[in-house]
Design a protein around this ligand. Structure first.
Ligand SMILES: CC(C)(COP(=O)(O)OP(=O)(O)OC[C@H]1O[C@@H](n2cnc3c(N)ncnc32)[C@H](O)[C@@H]1OP(=O)(O)O)[C@@H](O)C(=O)NCCC(=O)NCCS
Length: 138
């Protein structure tokens, strides 16, 4: 663990695409990934001694009140060592530090992350709201 370092930076594009693919998230192309790296509100990555990112997460947000956690991924060999928790704690701390009081933080919780997210205070809406999504194709 000592050679793993948490940084407030995005992974490289190559690492980003690898992390999504190897962790089982839907693979993305470089033209989709590059803007994610530059246009997000906050990033965290954990790098190994060689500088390769082994875990990542980001926040897409308006800086005012609405924040979406995305791209939570840890390489399979590094999972269940607390890296995802360190990433998410870092992102939430940055929202607490920089956003005005009353921030709304949301995410789409896939099964592997649900217990982690609950343990950090996330819960399902009780208002009857459901997640709806639209995948745009050409
Ligand atoms: C979701 C994901 C990012 C979590 O990353 P992670 O680095 O494994 O996260 P953590 O290690 O902090 O926590 C995961 C689990 O490991 C456990 N854990 C943490 N440290 C541990 C340790 N030293 N020994 C054993 N278990 C440990 C945690 O308690 C947690 O268990 P839980 O799920 O029962 O709560 C990872 O599983 C992943 O990349 N999954 C595939 C992609 C995906 O589905 N992403 C989520 C999109 S919403």
């Amino acid at each position: 663990m000592d050679d793993l370092r948490l940084e407030p930076l995005p992974p490289t594009l190559e690492d980003y695409l690898d992390l999504r693919r190897l962790s089982g998230l839907t693979p993305k192309r470089p033209d989709q990934g590059a803007p994610a790296l530059t246009n997000s509100w906050a990033w965290r990555r954990i790098v190994d001694a060689t500088g390769r990112s082994v875990a990542m997460g980001r926040v897409v947000g308006d800086g005012g009140w609405y924040f979406l956690v995305a791209d939570m991924a840890t390489l399979p060999d590094f999972q269940r060592r607390g890296l995802g928790r360190r990433i998410l704690e870092g992102l939430l701390a940055e929202i607490r530090e920089k956003a005005p009081e009353g921030a709304y933080v949301t995410l789409l919780a896939d099964p592997p992350g649900q217990a982690l997210y609950r343990s950090l205070g996330f819960s399902e809406p009780t208002s009857g709201s459901v997640t709806m999504h639209l995948l745009m194709s050409a």
